[in-house]
Design a protein around this ligand. Structure first.
Ligand code: F6P
Length: 432
């Protein structure tokens, strides 16, 4: 990926970062890069994720998927990083037509609707959970398993398990001799897209695993000790510096429909990695050109508290716009949809700059396996660097545990004071 931070400079935007500030910050980037490199070399928890391009074995993943290669559909049961990386890859890249469903929520209507629509007799189950204890994933797996059993379909013949070294899912895989893969040690869920966690679904859709990993490996090679030489670090450092100057929101706005799920993946990566100790930049999921008719009003004329991050491919499939007799719209008839989308992106980028609102451009050659692997890796590296600059524990997520305990207590899964707190809610109800 290439990064253009010109519209984040203090000469353009407020908040903005001066070139001199970036040069001073570059000293911290160099030191952080040293820590990152050492963490990678020593396989330290979290930093290990940046080793994945050279550690993930596509053949091992394809071997686990082979028994279900003839399935017409794949239902992935997982949540957070155990679903979003896979969904990002599958939603962005052209596969072999395998229908894919990601059950990453426990809304009963929605789950039932998906299960009723799936051809269960030709559907594989991809259950993913590092811990093997995530309530939503286990609940959905039990529901999916029952649906298969009720349909007279042997789920054990078409279930792949990706989980940690131990836990309920590991026991299930062992008990039923299911094809299983490991969530690699030292890789937090939100950093696991380039492992079996993200690549089983990709393999089931016959995506080019090697190209994804090669793109990530190429991005790995760009990691150097200076933000002026490393796109990922340029993005991580600039985002951090803008947050320090008041841009506490980061709107991720890809100009490609195929990258809409990527923005959701980015939101978990950025929020769960950096949101600690009263610090962190709030990710917002947006999409160009659609959100020009929605959120752009706020981005341009609202508070100067946002970075807008554009992701745009230099090449894309195109389609002509037919000519029209409507005089006012005649200009459209000489263009293509791709030219319209590109013009809208450039116009939106310029409109924010003209209003002094900071924005950064991430450019890909095109949205393909190689480029997407590079984007995922680049954003992971950017996030790790930002975590170093914030001085937070980038790879843990203690704040999510409170609600898990409260949920478990509310369902009778143990005595948790968090559940008691639910009953003590302060109310001021205004009822219809
Ligand atoms: O893979 P698991 O253990 O089911 O966790 C799923 C997700 O839940 C979290 O642990 C947060 O609760 C995320 O970090 C993770 O991606």
């Amino acid at each position: 990926m290439d990064v253009d931070i010109g519209n984040a400079l203090a000469s353009v935007a407020s908040p903005g970062v001066s070139r001199a500030s970036l040069e001073r910050l570059d000293e911290q980037v160099a030191a952080a890069h040293g820590r990152i490199e050492r963490g990678m070399a020593d396989g330290v928890h979290g930093y290990e994720a940046l080793n994945l391009p050279g550690r993930t074995d596509p053949d091992e993943i394809r071997a686990a998927v082979a028994p279900v290669a003839d399935c017409d559909a794949l239902v992935t049961v997982g949540i957070g990083g155990s679903a979003l990386g896979a969904a990002t890859l599958v939603d962005a890249l052209e596969g072999d037509g395998t229908e894919t469903v990601f059950l990453d929520n426990v809304d009963p209507d929605w789950v039932t609707g998906h299960l009723e629509a799936l051809p269960l007799e030709s559907t594989a189950i991809n259950v993913v959970s590092r811990s093997g204890t995530t309530a939503e994933t286990l609940a959905n797996f039990l529901v999916v398993r029952e649906a298969f059993e009720s349909a007279g379909v042997d789920w054990t013949e078409r279930t792949i398990v990706t989980t940690g070294e131990s836990g309920p899912l590991r026991d299930l895989a062992d008990r039923h001799d299911l094809p299983s893969l490991r969530v690699p040690d030292g890789v937090p869920g939100r950093y696991s897209a380039l492992s079996a966690v993200g690549l089983v679904a990709a393999a089931a859709c016959n995506l080019d695993l090697e190209a994804i990993l090669e793109g990530a490996a190429a991005e790995r090679e760009t990691l150097t000790g200076s933000l002026f030489e490393c796109p990922a670090y340029a993005y991580g450092a600039t985002s951090y510096a803008l947050d320090q100057r008041g841009a506490g929101v980061n709107a991720m706005m890809p100009y490609a429909e195929s990258l809409e799920t990527y923005a959701e993946w980015f939101a978990q990566l950025w929020a769960e990695s950096l949101g600690k100790d009263d610090l962190g930049q709030t990710p917002v999921r947006a999409l160009g050109a659609t959100d020009q008719h929605s959120q752009l009003q706020l981005y341009r004329a609202g508070p100067s508290d946002k970075l807008v991050t554009f992701v745009t491919p230099r090449e894309r499939e195109d389609r002509p716009i037919p000519s029209t007799e409507v005089e006012d719209l005649a200009y459209l008839g000489d263009a293509t949809l791709g030219e319209l989308l590109e013009a809208e992106f450039e116009a939106t980028e310029a409109s924010l700059a003209a209003a002094g609102q900071p924005n950064v451009r991430i450019e890909l050659e095109r949205v393909d396996a190689h480029e997407l692997g590079g984007l995922l890796y680049g954003m992971e590296a950017a996030c790790v660097l930002a975590g170093e600059l914030y001085g937070v524990n980038t790879f843990e997520q203690p704040a999510v545990e409170w609600a898990k305990k409260a949920t478990r207590g509310l369902l009778g899964g143990g005595d948790f004071e968090e559940a008691d707190a639910v009953a003590e809610k302060t109310e001021l109800r205004i009822e219809r």
